[in-house]
Unconditional design. Sequence first.
Length: 158
Amino acid sequence: MVASKNHFSLYFLLLFLLVLSSCDSKRFFEENKTIPKSVWNRYEKIRFDVMIADTSAAYDIYLNVRNDMTYPYANLYFFLETEPPAGRVYMDTVECTLADYSGKWMGKGFGSIKFNRFLFEKGVKFRKAGKYTFLCEQAMRVIDLQGIKDVGLRIEKE
């Protein structure tokens, strides 16, 4: 009887670990960077280096944002610069909505911290293999932006 309970527990644990590991099977790259003291200076760029080998695959690119309740705005504007291994650098302006019209925070999380993931581009095909650098810069017309805890980049393979 005790042996069968142990076997059941072991099988349950293995099944649980298998389910957990398969939940994020699309993730190709993900890195989140903590903003010191939750104050993002206008001139501090956040850098993500990504090695791309498979240029035939399509990728979805997301921006991750963790904010706390001291964030004074409903949205967040980014400048996102993409530097390919060779060639022209691309600059985009991205708007991320963090609160709805009534002021209720969007995203997941309990307490005073919320997490949001925003789709930046879908079905991207990188033209050249090599290191791609993504630089994020806050574009909110203030020098020191309060309440942003982390900024991240996630790339999923379609």
